[in-house]
Design a binder for this molecule. Structure first.
Ligand SMILES: [Cu+2]
Length: 142
């Protein structure tokens, strides 16, 4: 005899959805991302894989997802915070997601929840890089 302590037809436990995996890299040694556009649905779990594809020039890069219109604020506050802080502002109100700094050949993987639908800029916050090193995450209605 078996007993069902929690009802005849209990709900199955929720299965954690697989994250949407996005890949972005530096364009070799250049101060550029490839691709410069990424897309995901709103509200999904995103696993972002960032690869520093440079080899020769010993400069570090990161990938920082920023609220629309706030790239300059994040750049300035990040520069003030310094390299030990990954060139990221202490106050993260304008930063939606960020990898640590990566050296040539390095890779970082982060996970975050996609924000509401819209276009969100991403930059490298190493001082002087965001002017050329930027792209857009298009978040679509899920
Ligand atoms: Cu950079």
């Amino acid at each position: 005899m078996t007993f069902s302590a929690c009802g005849e037809h209990p709900e199955p436990p929720p299965v954690a959805a697989e994250p949407v995996v996005l890949h972005v890299a530096t364009d070799g040694e250049f101060l550029a991302f490839t691709p410069t556009e990424l897309t995901c649905p709103a509200g999904v779990r995103v696993r972002l894989v960032f690869k520093h594809d440079g080899q020769r020039i010993p400069q570090k890069h990161n990938w920082v997802l920023v609220l629309p219109g706030k790239t300059e604020d994040v750049e300035k506050a990040g520069a003030a915070a310094g390299e030990a802080a990954n060139w990221l502002p202490g106050n993260r109100r304008n930063v939606l997601a960020a990898t640590p700094l990566c050296s040539p050949g390095g890779e970082a993987i982060i996970e975050f929840t996609a924000p509401a639908p819209g276009d969100y800029p991403y930059i490298c916050s190493t001082p002087g890089h965001a002017f050329e090193m930027h792209g857009v995450l298009h978040v679509t209605k899920s």
